[in-house]
Write a protein that binds this ligand. Sequence first.
Ligand code: THG
Length: 379
Amino acid sequence: MPIPQLSVSRRTRSTPFTSRIAAGGVKAYTVYNHMLLPTVFRSVQEDYWHLCQHVQVWDVSAERQVQLKGRDAARLVQLMTPRDISSAQDDQCFYMPLCDENGSMINDPIGIKVADDTWWLSIADSDVKLWAKGLATGLRLDVEVTEPDVWPVAVQGPKAEALMQRVFGDIVNDIRFFRYKRLAFMGHEMLVARSGWSKQGGFEIYVNDAAIGQALWDELFVQGADLNVGHGCPNGIERIESGLLSLGNDMDDSMTPLQCGLDKYCHLDRGLESLSVAALAKQKAEGVPSRLMGIVVPGMTQPPQTAHVLVDGLLAGEVTSHCVSARYDGWLAFALMDSSAIRTAQGAVSVHTEQGDFDGLCVELPFDFNAIGDSLRLR
Ligand code: THG
């Protein structure tokens, strides 16, 4: 069968780096926030090992910034998230669920305090700008909601700090996790944070000028030549091994953050002026009907086309994302598991696939590979 192509037009917005990505050999894109987001360069496995050993530059422009600016900016952020942002420092970033009045997941952005009257929500794939504008209009808030021209670039991997030092100076060492500094490139200031959608360490540069962005991109590749810098993108294996959840895949508006394991970002007893805390507090008291868990099948190294998680012979959950691990000899999945099945399973499940049935483990996320122990060997 011929491989279908993606028709690119103004609706699937390009980025300042699209020509560089193409030259870098991108093999596949997904569409994210109506925008092109690369998913594969060499192969997902090769990209994985390169990310874990060297340094990659990612065009994550699709992580759009929704800017809230005005006297009520912080108030609107707090209305949208159950995470307490009242103690936000001037250089701070917060991973935060956004929820509606039922506690349903709307998005899971990184919220960035840009100034006292300005917040950015660096969003996952859903139309947060419309939701925020609707709230601001309906509640007559003093806040302007826009999507500024900002194109984040992630520099990820164990050599990310060395590369960023060469381009921005030793000052990058002083940026703490989920904090940012305003750093200059060619005399032009940008927010640079220590963050990114991998657990390999690194930074994100919030590029705010397309012209300077291409020069910066090229400089990262010139300065990183002897560090084996490469093109990369959020990696489908690394993020599952690391327990990073993907909105639209692992989470959607049929779920609450309590079902997604995001409990620690829900402050339900602080009297926050937040749309979702009442509904979430009620669900917390009653117990969640289902919860995202990790599933491990040691020794299964062929990716199944279909996989169903069974407990006592009954369907017990739905697989939301999965991969054959690169590091471990086995298959890893996230699954939305019925709470009652989690209790009866006591850690042991059966995974039904077109290759046959496999014994699997049902564990808390993120995966604790030390605790999983000898049944799952390193490759
Ligand atoms: N960077 C930026 N914007 C983004 C993402 C990003 N928007 C969409 C998407 N990714 C949002 N999702 C996540 C999920 C997890 C994390 C960041 C963004 C993350 N979490 C830390 C962890 O799991 O260890 C915890 C952070 C905390 O404790 O506050 O890094 O990647 N710009």
